[in-house]
Design a binder for this molecule. Structure first.
Ligand SMILES: Cc1cc2nc3c(=O)[nH]c(=O)nc-3n(C[C@H](O)[C@H](O)[C@H](O)COP(=O)(O)OP(=O)(O)OC[C@H]3O[C@@H](n4cnc5c(N)ncnc54)[C@H](O)[C@@H]3O)c2cc1C
Length: 400
């Protein structure tokens, strides 16, 4: 398939490029290039978010009345592609791309008016309280309880693997509001300020030596019932709706293409014996395989983009897109590790964690490879493990 762009679309691309040239400063690009975690650094992401908000380009997929751009699918595609090519930091999706669609569909007018502008301005920074120790894939078994007391709920329990909870001032949580019915029927979706008495956040350091995830404890935390989104005990419907956006609402292929180009460039510099790696038939075969799969992913993402533009949710195809992008990214980061040979051994994050501050010893292109390789292992777990996505695909897409 060949994609052709109209003169109007090409003019739009030129406008995006000019904007990025002016606003995405070299220091922001350099910092974004050093990102090794799933999400960009909070300060960097928020700085970039505010620049995009000022331009009106922060949330292209939102309804226009709430700040969306109303762009065609092609323009959204071009925008994503140019952001990735320019090395722009990713915006943190927890509020903008995960909670926001839930509020559009299930929130009251008052909740939309209160939360959405604050999400955009950065006044509110969100994290996701779904998983618990013992309730990950089997999420509906969650135990954190919310018991009514006057106009409030009293919340007790714990959430785990909570990304960026150390930065967040709000958490959207799944809580059990009726323990007497079947698991999926007694869950509610609630919005909780993190500064309430009784909330404690403890860090978890990953094998990549990053502090990205946490455990959050709730000890008699009092939250107004008005903070619940959707009807009581029907939070499971909202939970699943949000997960469709978490798994398939993005455009991973644009970033993967940039990373593939980096790998190709590394392979022209690194040598295997006397020849450049790029001349090695086995290596080229693996690289081509990834390029072909990325093109397939890109078209699947375009289908999702067109659904979002029609006001539909990503649907179960999001599980297919998630697994495909994860498989490509894990294979790609593995191939990069192999390409840089012994430069994969020193790992800047681990070195600094152990209190050392030696400068990086290898070429620039190798500095973040190991940390990214390690971090990418988590992608087949978060947002729903790979095997669980396969079960969804089997049931919902293939009808098995
Ligand atoms: C880096 C990272 C960030 C995360 N961020 C967040 C966050 O911000 N908020 C949040 O709420 N959660 C977050 N999570 C948690 C994530 O959603 C869970 O880890 C995930 O759902 C898997 O649950 P689990 O860890 O309990 O593993 P388990 O559910 O115990 O799974 C263990 C293994 O068993 C397999 N398995 C389980 N059930 C089945 C089945 N029915 N069929 C086949 N295989 C099965 C799984 O695929 C997996 O390989 C994060 C996780 C990671 C790693």
């Amino acid at each position: 398939m060949k994609i052709e762009f109209s003169a109007e679309d090409e003019a739009f691309r030129a406008e995006v490029k000019a904007f990025l040239q002016e606003k995405l400063t070299p220091d922001m690009r350099a910092e974004a290039r050093k990102t090794t975690t799933v999400f960009a650094d909070k300060a960097l992401a928020m700085r970039w978010q505010l620049i995009l908000v000022e331009k009106g380009w922060a949330v292209p997929t939102w309804p226009v009345e709430h700040g969306g751009t109303g762009w065609s699918i092609t323009k959204k595609y071009i925008f994503n592609e140019e952001l990735a090519k320019a090395g722009a930091p990713g915006l943190i999706p927890l509020g903008l791309r995960m909670l926001a669609p839930v509020l559009f569909k299930y929130g009251t007018q008052a909740q939309k008016e209160y939360y959405l502008p604050r999400m955009l301005s950065g006044e509110h920074y969100w994290c996701q309280g779904y998983s618990e120790p013992g309730s990950g894939s089997d999420l509906s078994s969650l135990k954190t309880s919310a018991v009514k007391d006057g106009d409030d709920y009293i919340i007790n329990g714990t959430k785990i693997w909570t990304t960026h909870a150390q930065f967040a001032d709000h958490i959207f949580c799944l809580v059990r509001t009726d323990p007497t019915v079947r698991p999926q029927k007694g869950i509610s979706f609630i919005l909780v300020p993190m500064n309430l008495p009784g909330i404690k956040v403890e860090p978890i350091i990953t094998m990549a030596a990053d502090h990205e995830v946490n455990q959050v404890f709730f000890d008699d935390v009092r939250v107004p019932q008005g903070n619940r989104v959707g009807p009581e005990n029907e939070g499971w419907t909202l939970a699943k709706y949000l997960l469709e956006y978490e798994r398939g609402g993005g455009a991973a292929s644009a970033g993967i293409k940039v990373s593939l180009a980096e790998l190709e460039s590394i392979a022209t510099k690194e040598r295997d014996g006397g020849t450049a790696l790029i001349e090695d038939a086995h290596f080229r075969g693996r690289l081509s395989d990834l390029e072909i799969r990325t093109e397939g992913l890109e078209f699947a993402e375009l289908v999702t983009l067109s659904k979002l533009s029609r006001g539909e949710s990503p649907g179960a195809g999001s599980s297919l897109a998630k697994n495909t992008s994860v498989e490509i990214n894990q294979a790609l980061t593995t191939l990069k590790m192999e390409a840089i040979h012994y430069y994969a051994l020193p790992h800047a994050n681990l070195i600094s964690l152990n209190g050392h501050d030696e400068p990086w010893v290898g070429p620039d292109y190798a500095e973040t490879v190991t940390a990214r390789y390690l971090n990418a292992r988590a992608s087949s777990i978060f947002g729903g493990a790979k095997e669980v996505q396969k079960n969804i695909i089997a049931k919902t897409v293939l009808g098995l």
